[in-house]
Design a binder for this molecule. Structure first.
Ligand code: COA
Length: 113
């Protein structure tokens, strides 16, 4: 079991950015998190995480969490805030990894200008 978990850190399950299809995905492309980019209220850009998918044979090992970390890290580097439309992100990933909550887009935080 422990070995299986380790295999997510590298090799076939390492995560790559597919900019054209707006996804972060495993090299075999079977598992992915998909996003839309749009304008936020204060003029900033927002990454809407719309869907996460992991094939049944690989579920329960934290792969979806790795996909989320890739997406949130990318958003952070690009100064994007994040909308957790996908229920995995809002109901599982963020409660378990609350340090990423500060990046969640809040509609009431409008520009004060
Ligand atoms: N919404 C919220 N949380 C979910 C969920 C869902 N639809 N499906 C599973 N989870 C939670 C489970 O409670 C599980 O908790 P556990 O660890 O206590 O068993 C946890 O996700 C597992 O986390 P992790 O191992 O990081 O996820 P995963 O690699 O197994 O992938 C999904 C999780 C949701 C991406 C995968 O089950 C899947 O592709 N499901 C079908 C598509 C889907 O429903 N996507 C989410 C909505 S867009």
């Amino acid at each position: 079991m422990e070995k299986e978990r380790e295999s997510h850190e590298n090799g076939e399950n390492s995560i790559v950015w597919n900019e054209k299809e707006r996804k972060f995905e495993t090299r075999d492309r079977e598992a992915y998190i998909q996003y839309d980019l749009r304008g936020g209220g204060g003029g900033g850009k927002v990454m809407d995480l719309v869907h996460t998918y992991v094939p049944p044979s690989k579920r329960g090992l934290g792969l979806a969490a790795h996909l989320c970390v890739a997406a949130f890290s990318h958003a952070e580097a690009q100064s994007l805030s994040v909308i957790p439309t996908c229920s995995y992100v809002s109901d599982t990933f963020l409660p378990r990894n609350p340090s990423w909550n500060s990046m969640v887009y809040k509609e009431d935080v409008k520009s004060n200008m």
